[in-house]
Design a protein around this ligand. Structure first.
Ligand SMILES: [Zn+2]
Ligand SMILES: [Zn+2]
Length: 349
């Protein structure tokens, strides 16, 4: 049996729970988990916000650990290697998306938790547990230079912002706006800056200005201040919108210049009020979205962070405090990502 934390219903919260992990198949890597980040998606699944949770659910898709055993056909990893698992543990491996290393867009992808194993149809359990077994093709190497706890959120929050900035071509001299400064937003600032862009953070609260500059933003625009928004009109090439709740996109569209690209990575559903088509047409703007990243790009993201000394800002916690951590996240009281130290599970949490 493997110790884990699971929610057994939408109102139960998380509590200790024993799960079975499969014996490694020939292509599998078994991993002792050291750290697991807490993503907002975990809360949505635990509380069944999207109506698709299969209970019991063991959340966690920002996983860092050490390889403890490998299957007979594993060539990429050896026991002792430090590795990471993100949001995906398998995909169809036959479609165009999979061929292109874009497993996140495969319709047969298997989520790290609440997914269905393609071979035995069992429901997958995530990283709030002492160990996990994953096909080697869905495991990435964690460079030695990275702090393992601070690297955990790169597997979701990091790649979610890295991938679109890369894909849509942000580079030196571009002007990038980042909307929101939570787990995703602060990573967006760091990546856009590292790619050579001039970075503007949009925030509703004046208090966040100094902190945004510390994170690497060049400018801060207080979005609730109309004069500041007007002064920012037509001044940006890209906007990375990380806000996961409903908000009006139109004031931000006004800050894009001709051919600007607006990228949604939070998921405000539905987008209300409606997007002003006139702004899109009269400035040839593109409205886009992006989902995490594929396996090759996730590895690239970790390597890039090691090379450029980029880390997520985290607060470590013991797993017995996970329910309180959720409450604090719902109130926005975390800078910027909680990461569970999984030693706390073994020591009897
Ligand atoms: Zn996530
Ligand atoms: Zn596929």
């Amino acid at each position: 049996m493997t110790q884990a934390y699971a929610a057994e219903s939408e109102s139960s919260g998380l509590a200790p729970y024993s799960i079975d992990r499969r014996k490694p198949r020939p292509e599998d890597v078994a991993i002792e988990i050291e750290f697991c980040g807490i993503c907002h998606t975990d809360i949505h699944f635990v509380e069944n916000d999207w109506g698709m949770t299969i209970y019991p659910v063991v959340p966690g898709h920002e996983i860092i650990g050490r390889v403890s055993a490998v299957g007979d056909n594993v060539t990429k990893f050896r026991p002792g290697d430090r590795v990471g698992i993100g949001c995906l543990v398998d995909s169809c491996r036959q479609c165009e998306a999979c061929d292109g290393g874009l497993e996140q867009y495969c319709t047969g992808k298997v989520l790290t938790y609440n997914g269905e194993d393609r071979q035995d149809s069992s429901i997958t359990y995530g990283g709030y547990s002492e160990s996990i077994v994953v096909d080697q093709d869905f495991v990435v190497k964690v460079p030695d230079k990275l702090d393992p706890a601070a690297a955990a959120p790169l597997l979701c929050a990091g790649i979610t912002t890295y991938s679109p900035l890369r894909h849509f071509g942000v580079e030196k001299g571009h002007r990038v706006g980042v909307v929101g400064m939570g787990g995703l937003g602060h990573m967006g600032i760091k990546f856009a800056r590292a790619f050579g862009a001039e970075v503007t953070l949009f925030t509703r609260s004046r208090d966040k200005a100094e902190e945004a500059l510390r994170q690497g933003a060049h400018k801060v625009v207080v979005s609730s201040d109309e004069s500041q928004m007007e002064a920012a009109a037509d001044s940006l090439d890209y906007i990375l919108d990380t806000v996961p709740v409903q908000h009006d996109l139109n004031p931000y569209l006004a800050t894009l210049s001709v051919d600007g690209i607006y990228i949604l990575v939070g998921q405000p559903e539905p987008v209300e009020p409606p997007v002003d088509a006139g702004q899109l047409i009269f400035k040839r703007l593109a409205l886009a979205g992006s989902l995490i990243g594929g396996l090759p790009e996730t590895q690239e993201c970790l390597d890039f962070c090691a090379e450029h000394d980029i880390e997520c800002d985290i607060e470590k916690l013991d797993i017995e405090n996970v329910n309180q951590a959720y409450e604090r996240m719902k109130k926005g009281e975390v800078k910027y990502r909680f990461v569970i130290d999984m030693k706390s599970l073994k020591s009897g949490g």
